[in-house]
Write a protein that binds this ligand. Structure first.
Ligand code: HEC
Ligand code: HEC
Length: 274
């Protein structure tokens, strides 16, 4: 039997996204929920998932992940509350999109690949081996956040259904000078006048920040993320303000990305057992 789903309504309910669909064949309303599952699976799998969440929140400090991290960030620095907040680079529903076509790598990649590539760029570190414990626990955690959602592999890009929506404003409309003024009043208290970070917020430029191969190093991507995520807990910037601030933040130096410096030695590219 063929299934065709007509998406009727996307509503934000509580902590999760709920997509309601209608099957064209039998007019039955189906609810696909993107929300944090209420329980962990029993046994070792549940333990692995919990460990994955812990590492997502403490990536730069946890003994299993810190050797692969080259800055002061955690996955949660950008994937807020361990990727459980809808729209802010959420991990809800992400696993349903993989394997996916990745225009950057020019090949089909798995969710595990996507996780590992974030270590090289956003974390300015080294790609952990495929199949390593750190890789498996994070991928298990992210997959768990898609519990109950139907698979819909993405043939266009390596992004899940809840990805950050691009802004309408054109990147050429950015004004970094205006961004500097906004940064001083809206961001510097938490991220420092020189972008160096404070106890209230991680570094946003300099050696301890994401490198220039990361998604957020592109002004349009950073602006779209700022629009939904910052200032923390009261994201209320306009598109123009988000873009101006993004241009200002990204006008400062940050580590330069050279792929071969972020790949592990060939014999560490993958492991069979922990
Ligand atoms: C500097 C910010 C930053 C950090 C740190 C970061 N990421 Fe990301 N990551 C992003 C952005 C931005 C995207 C694109 C998300 C979007 O458009 O919704 C992304 C995308 C992803 C995706 C694909 C999401 C999807 O919807 O398909 C995965 C998986 C992912 N990151 C995992 C991780 C993991 C695991 C870590 C920690 C090891 C990490 N990221 C650290 C910024 C970051
Ligand atoms: C109240 C404090 C606070 C304010 C104000 C704030 N941020 Fe943040 N920001 C944070 C925290 C905390 C995180 C990390 C989230 C986490 O770990 O839960 C973060 C994360 C980030 C990140 C991703 C991680 C990194 O360091 O690269 C960027 C970029 C960022 N903020 C930019 C901004 C900008 C630009 C503004 C001003 C519009 C701003 N923030 C305002 C606290 C703040």
């Amino acid at each position: 039997m063929r299934h065709r789903w007509l998406v009727l309504l996307v509503a934000c309910l509580g902590s999760g996204l709920v997509v309601m669909g209608l099957s064209a064949e039998n007019a039955e309303v189906v609810i696909v929920e993107y929300r944090v599952p209420s329980e962990y699976p029993p046994g070792e799998l549940g333990e692995i998932i919990k460990l994955g969440r812990e590492i997502v929140e403490k990536t730069n400090e946890h003994p299993l992940s810190k050797a692969y991290v080259g800055n002061a960030l955690t996955c949660s620095s950008c994937h807020l509350k361990a990727g459980t907040v809808p729209h802010t680079a959420s991990f809800l529903g992400t696993a349903t999109a993989y394997p996916a076509w990745a225009p950057r790598e020019k090949r089909v990649i798995t969710l595990e690949d996507r996780v590992l590539n974030c270590f090289m760029r956003s974390q300015n570190g080294v790609r952990p081996p495929n199949g390593s414990k750190v890789s498996t626990v994070i991928t298990a955690y992210i997959t768990w956040l898609s519990t109950g959602s139907p698979i819909k592999m993405n043939h266009a890009r390596s992004l899940g259904p809840n990805h950050v929506k691009p802004l309408k404003i054109k990147p050429e409309q950015a004004d970094a000078k205006r961004g500097a003024i906004l940064y001083a009043t809206q961001c510097a208290d938490c991220h420092g006048k020189a972008g160096e970070g404070t106890p209230e917020g991680p570094p946003v430029w300099g050696n301890q920040s994401y490198n220039d191969g990361a998604g957020l190093s592109h002004n349009d991507k950073l602006a779209a993320w700022l629009k939904v995520a910052m200032p923390l807990d009261e994201a209320n910037l306009s598109e123009q303000e988000s873009l101006d601030i993004a241009a200002y933040v990204n006008s400062h130096p940050r580590p330069h990305f050279v792929l071969k410096e972020h790949l592990p030695k060939p014999e560490r590219l993958g492991v069979y057992n922990w």
